[in-house]
Structure formats: structure tokens, C-alpha cells
Design a protein around this ligand. Sequence first.
Ligand SMILES: Nc1ncnc2c1ncn2[C@@H]1O[C@H](COP(=O)(O)OP(=O)(O)OP(=O)(O)O)[C@@H](O)[C@H]1O
Ligand SMILES: [Mg+2]
Length: 401
Amino acid sequence: MAEFSNPFRPGAGHHPPYLAGRHEEREEFRRLLGQNTILENMVLTGLRGVGKTVLLDSFKPLAMSRGWVWVGTDLSESTSISEHNMAIRLCTDLSPVTSSLVVETEEVRRVGFVADTDQISRTLTYQVLIELYKHIPGLSLDKIKGVLEIAWRALSKEQNVRGIIFAYDEAQNLADQSAKDQFPLSLLLDCFQSLQRKGLPLMLVLTGLPTLFPKLVEARTFSERMFRVVFLQSLNESESEEAIREPVEDAECPVRLSDDSVNTIINMSGGYPYFIQFICREVYDAFIQRIDKGESASVPVAEIEQKLDTDFFAGRWARASDRQRALLFVISRLESCDDEFTVQEVVEESKRALDKPFSSSHVNQMLVALASQGLVYKNRHGKYSFAVPLLGQFISRQEQG
Ligand SMILES: Nc1ncnc2c1ncn2[C@@H]1O[C@H](COP(=O)(O)OP(=O)(O)OP(=O)(O)O)[C@@H](O)[C@H]1O
Ligand SMILES: [Mg+2]
């Protein structure tokens, strides 16, 4: 029999041994799946490591069991995507589900790429999608809409297909670039908005950091109405407990966790899924080396914190300048640092904390820089928050250390 091994999985997008909580979010997604005319699409957002990717993954079987076809990808590499690339992206993602579908010759002829119709394959392979894109007259928007319409018409003839979900993870990387006259993000939004208005059941599910939704609204104000925004929070206490206990509940599991240990882990992690996986993995390894396998062992808090600081926080901290660190230190002194804070609050606190306090224009400027470094983000009400969970506590530890 295989030996029971450490079940915890800290890591980006690694499916957890037990997916805790997220009932409301899944319910919300089910609701959106029930739409006949797509009025609402989903934005799934939240801090680093809160569990966006694994939740998105768990949506896929839900959607498929209700007759939705699922396409999409991870956009982490797509920082400077052009309109043309956006169109290629959509064709690429679509082709695995359309490549076996036969397209009517008439359909193809109508868009004008004709003479050699017989020579091309009559199924909607990637090549054919791209050829269609090239031949459909008009701007990128007309072209990509045309391709999606043809693809949907072919797909809708299949049995029990009720729509297509386009799921994009790390979508905060999408951006319009007016300097280069490239508007891929607007293209995507315009395309789906227009096709949905025509009644096509094509739904967008975008996942990303909290900068995502403001970016969408900045590109197209109608995004406000087009998306249902689900902001993933840390797990509550009982959900955290499930995430910790369930994976070691197995009779074969050699490690037992006392109530004390579980509470310590909940406190240390703040209920953030990545931290739960990280800490539990360490605790498991530490306990397995003890003969009593946990019963009276205690969680090595300091050691784990040290490791978490090195593995998770240090890299981000190292990229900040001395002056930026001073500002982050001031923020970490605010009672509301784990929630949200204003420029004014930071200015006031800096007068108390520093010999050389910050002016408000200075704070403003620096927060913009820190936002582009992914350490803070500005919410829709103009207030700021840390973009990295438990950053405040980490900064306090740096001060003490
Ligand atoms: N509901 C959950 N219960 C238990 N563990 C979870 C849960 N959600 C996520 N995790 C774990 O937390 C870690 C981070 O998850 P994930 O990569 O999905 O986060 P993310 O929000 O996509 O992060 P990033 O912003 O870096 O992309 C993974 O190790 C995953 O297994
Ligand atoms: Mg992710």
C-alpha cells in the first residue's frame, strides 16, 4: 500500500486536497449559467493566493454538466497583446472545440473566401477560423464577431450545447495601449457585449487581481453593468478549519492535529488559502518527524513564519526602495492597514512615525508606483489596500527583526 504523503499543496493554481468554503461564489456562478440571454458575465477577483485559479477550475465541470462548452486560458504571459493577437487568442482557444465541426459551404462562401472552398477542410479548424478572420470585411471587431458567430452557429447544432464560456485567468494583464493605437481589451469587451445583445450565449469569466475590474471600467464604462464582480475573501474560521482538518482526516494519515494546533494555524494564516496550504505543509513535515505524530507537538510558529517570509514576502519586499519601505512601514502602523486606507490617513500617520514625514502629493505618487509593483491597489472608492495578504504583519516583523 502506498504510504500516506503530505497532502497539502501550496502553489499557484495547485488544486487543494480539500476545497473549503466558496459555496456562495459557486452558487452565484450557477445562477449566471442559468441565463438564457447573457446580461451578466463574471469577474472573479481577490488578493494573491486567495484561491481564484482553483475556484475557476472548479467552475469548469459545473458549466460542462449544464451543457456549456468551456474554452479559455491563462493570460499571465500576455502583457502586450495587440488587437490582432487578441483575435488569434480567441481563435486558438475556440479551435479545440470547433475543429471537428463541419461548416456549411454557404456560410464560408458568404464571407467571401470562396474560390478554393473545396480545397480547404470543411471543418472549423484553427486554420479555417483564421482564414475566416482574414476574409471577413471590416475592422478587427467585425472580423472577430463574424468568426464567433460562425463558430457558434456550427456549435449550436450539436446536441445539448447551450452556450460557450470564455474563461480567462490573470486577466489583469489585458490592457489597451493608446500610444500604440492597440485596444485589445476594448475589443474583447465590445465583441462580447455586441454578440450578447444579439442573443448569442457566449459568456465571459475573467479572473485576476483587484486591479482587473477598474481596468475593465476604464476601458469601457459599460463594464459596470456587464459584469457581476465576485470579490474572493479569506476563508472564515470554520472554513479554514475544514481546509486544515479534512486532508488529514483519513484513517491512513499518520499525523493528528490537536485543537490548539488548528487554532494556531488559523491565526497565523488569517484564513488565506495559500498560507493555510503553506503552513499545513510545514506542520505536517515537522510533526511526521516526531514519534507522537502531533498529539502533543506544537506548531513551530517562529520557524514557519521565517520560512514564509523568505519564500513569499521577501522577493516583493526586496523590490521596494528604502523610501517606499518607509511608506509601507507607516501604512502597517494604521489600524485599518489590512482593510483600506486613504492618502490622508497615511500622511497623518507619517507625521507621528517619521522624522521626515510625507506630503500628500508624495504619498499619492508613491502609492501609484507601489500599485504598479503589485503591492497595493486602489479600489473604486479611491481608497487603497495592500494587494498582498498579511503584508502589514510581515512589515511589522521586519521592524522588530
Ligand atoms: N477554498 C480553498 N480551500 C483550500 N485551499 C485552497 C482554497 N482555495 C485555494 N486554495 C489553495 O491556495 C493556494 C492558492 O490558490 P490559487 O492559486 O487558486 O490562488 P490565486 O488567487 O489564483 O493566486 P494568484 O493571485 O497568485 O493567481 C493553492 O495552494 C490552493 O491549493
Ligand atoms: Mg491564480
